[in-house]
Design a protein around this ligand. Structure first.
Ligand code: PLP
Length: 426
């Protein structure tokens, strides 16, 4: 593989040889000074697939044409719309079709799954998570602990990085799991931490959790559509994710959930609703709840057709691109961004510290950068020049070159802008 070079020719040649290069034309880019912005925020909100407009229009037209009969007569019948998404979702997260469902929102799904998978009893009451999890997860964990009469100050534990380190070592996570042993009810990590961009070894964490009799679950907000996931083979108990980041399905779009096959049809306690009822007799309106024998048992409400329409278009793109191909490009593209940042740091004599692990196996698209001595002012300057990255308190710039629509040229251009902004600030 060719070594990276900080030249326009190199970036152009990489793009020319990229088998996924045409996907870029399938997205709408916000504009800055008459050209596409340099969009590096797919880890926050993915770009809009061009096909989203027609997909939404189809549903509006079918609603106008059929009214309530659209449930069965629409081009994509609404009654079973979520089922159309299942095969793609299963491929995307490495699951059996019965193990996945598109439903609700991410934090809602986390709560619904915790109802089934966090059931503290005896001395087994603790939840172990990563350092600095996304706040919504902390709120969900703490409120679930309180719901069961516990005390989050005691029972919610974060694995801390070693002194002077930003990220976690798998061996430390595993050691902490074994230390907590039979006090541990649940290990629940992000697949990729939102702040540092560290990708966790989900197979190793799951194995360790199971070894001490605990359950293993993951919030895949930053992992779905980003990493090559194998949830079934890794033996993960449950997972949930959103679709508005790497899955490009629009703000607040329908989320997803995974429940491992071995838990399906086992009568696990859950918060039930009619859409989780056995679909063969859902409309018999019986009093007694009979759960679907799939992850659909966790559905509570009829599914949101408009957001599923966009999700369907976005998932089709993933099917065409293939997650293995996307991941191969992603490793190379994010590696190029790391290289360019190092080049700029050298040229401008700036301390740009990337806190995301340098090992491609321990990260996805995202790099998190500490710009020592520059911080928010630098972020504001690159923003004014048409770079869309994001700032996370207290002091990190997050950037995610996304293999579906970002190019090597984007990364090279960013390097030039960063150099100008840093040169101007000395
Ligand atoms: C890791 C993680 N978990 C949870 C959430 C919250 O998601 P939602 O508002 O869709 O419930 C986010 C949102 O960015 C996130 O990054």
């Amino acid at each position: 593989m060719t070594a990276y070079q900080n030249t326009l020719d190199f970036a152009r040649s990489q793009d020319a040889a990229d088998p996924l290069k045409n996907f870029r034309t399938e997205f709408r880019f916000p504009q800055h000074d008459g050209r596409d912005v340099l969009y590096f925020t797919g880890n926050s909100l993915g770009l809009q697939p061009v096909g989203a407009t027609d997909a939404l229009k189809q549903e509006l037209d079918d609603w106008a044409t059929f009214g309530v009969e659209g449930h069965f007569r629409a081009k994509h019948p609404w009654y079973s719309y979520h089922e159309e998404l299942t095969p793609s979702l299963a491929r995307l997260v490495g699951a059996l079709p019965a193990e996945v469902v598109a439903m609700n929102q991410l934090t809602s799904n986390l709560h619904f799954l915790l109802v089934s998978f966090f059931r503290p009893h005896g001395k087994r009451r603790k939840i172990l998570t990563e350092t600095r999890p996304f706040p919504s997860d902390t709120y969900a964990f703490a409120s679930q602990i309180a719901f069961h009469g516990g005390d989050a100050a005691k029972d919610l534990i974060e694995v801390q990085p070693r002194e002077g380190e930003h990220t976690l070592r798998t061996e430390d996570i595993v050691a902490r799991i074994h230390e907590l042993g039979d006090e541990l009810a649940l290990v629940c990590f992000g697949g990729v931490n939102f702040y540092t961009g560290q990708a966790f070894d989900m197979a190793a964490i799951t194995k360790a959790a199971h070894a001490v009799g605990a359950v293993a679950g993951f919030d895949l907000a930053h992992a779905a559509g980003n990493l090559h996931l194998k949830l079934h083979d890794w033996d993960v108990d449950f997972a949930c994710w959103c679709s508005y980041k790497y899955l490009n399905s629009g703000p607040g779009s329908v989320a997803g959930a995974f429940v491992h096959q071995r838990h399906l049809g086992q009568g696990l306690p859950l918060f039930a609703g009619w859409w989780g009822h056995d679909k063969g007799e859902r409309f018999q309106m019986k009093r007694e709840f009979k759960a679907m024998p799939t992850a659909e048992a966790w559905q509570v409400s009829n599914a949101p057709v408009f957001t599923m329409a966009v999700h369907r278009v976005a998932l089709e793109q993933f099917d065409r691109a293939g997650i293995a191909n996307l991941r191969a490009k992603s490793e190379r593209l994010t590696g190029y961004l790391a290289f360019i940042i190092a080049e700029v740091a050298k040229a401008t004599k700036t301390d740009l510290e990337i806190i995301t692990p340098s090992d491609p196996a321990q990260r996805g698209c995202q790099l998190s950068i500490l710009a020592h001595g520059h911080g928010k002012a630098l972020f504001n300057r690159i923003t004014e020049r048409g770079v869309v990255a994001d700032w996370r308190e207290p002091n990190v710039i997050r950037m995610a070159p996304v293999p579906l629509y970002n190019s090597f040229l984007d990364v090279h251009r960013f390097g030039a802008i960063l150099t100008e902004c840093l040169a101007g600030s000395h």
